[in-house]
Design a protein around this ligand. Structure first.
Ligand SMILES: [Zn+2]
Length: 244
């Protein structure tokens, strides 16, 4: 709109529903200011029904769950036991009215919380906070589901590369940026810029074809990525994220 010289006064939108990916309050403010509308959050899962499982009211303080169709529980992901209202855990849904493919106590892997108390809008449906992350190690980068194991699968087949890498996810403005540090093996380690560029391009292209998103590849010296005993720390997520 800005590039085409259209101002927010030229459009008549009053409200917008935004979903599919977690978004921050600062992004909400920016959307509202720059488009001149109220930006509401909506939540759903394709396994359950798609958009419409939960939505914000005019108070914009949590998402009301459509409880006549979907029963919400928040559980401790390790024990499976329900947690009290106001405590974070994994979002679980049971479909009350869905036919053919009803889901019972379906674990979404999304991290959420029931908000205690009643909403000022007068609706009595329970509210949940917007999901802030996943209980497993899946990352959502620019709306795409990314697993560290996918990067691993790319590198493992590649010449000149050691099986050590680190993913750094950052947010620049409102866009996610993925940088992958990739360790060269001793044989491939060289000062020759052209050779390094060729390796870098090969890795970049392979990551793009597997993930469907582009990543910045940074080659690093052999043995420079930290080694871990047990579970490796493959991901440094500098965006806001809930960790379990
Ligand atoms: Zn409300």
């Amino acid at each position: 709109m800005e590039q085409n010289g259209i101002s927010k006064e030229d459009i008549s939108l009053k409200a917008g529903f935004f979903g599919a990916e977690p978004w921050t309050e600062s992004m909400r403010k920016e959307i509202e200011q720059r488009l001149g509308l109220k930006a509401y959050d909506i939540y759903g899962l394709s396994e359950v029904i798609g958009p419409g499982v939960a939505y914000e009211c005019e108070c914009q303080h949590g998402l009301h769950v459509n409880e006549d169709h979907f029963y919400l529980e928040i559980i401790n992901p390790e024990t499976g036991e329900p947690v009290p209202d106001g405590v974070e855990g994994e979002i679980v849904f049971t479909c009350m009215t869905k036919e053919a493919l009803p889901l019972i106590r379906y674990r979404t892997r999304d991290v959420g919380m029931r908000i205690p108390g009643e909403c000022e809008c007068g609706r009595s449906f329970v509210r949940m906070v917007k999901p802030a992350g996943r209980t497993d190690d899946m990352l959502i980068i620019r709306g795409v589901n990314v697993f560290p194991s996918q990067i691993e699968s790319v590198l493992v087949d590649m010449d000149g590369i050691a099986p050590f890498f680190q993913m750094i996810v950052e947010r620049e403005g409102n866009l996610d940026k993925l940088t992958v540090l990739v360790e060269l093996n001793e044989d491939a380690f060289t000062d020759e810029v052209r050779k390094l560029e060729a390796i870098s391009k090969r890795v970049t292209d392979a990551i793009h074809s597997v993930l469907g998103i582009s990543a910045k590849v940074k080659l690093v010296e052999p043995k420079s990525i930290e080694r871990f005993e047990g579970k490796a720390k493959r991901v440094i997520d500098k965006r806001t994220q809930v960790n379990f």
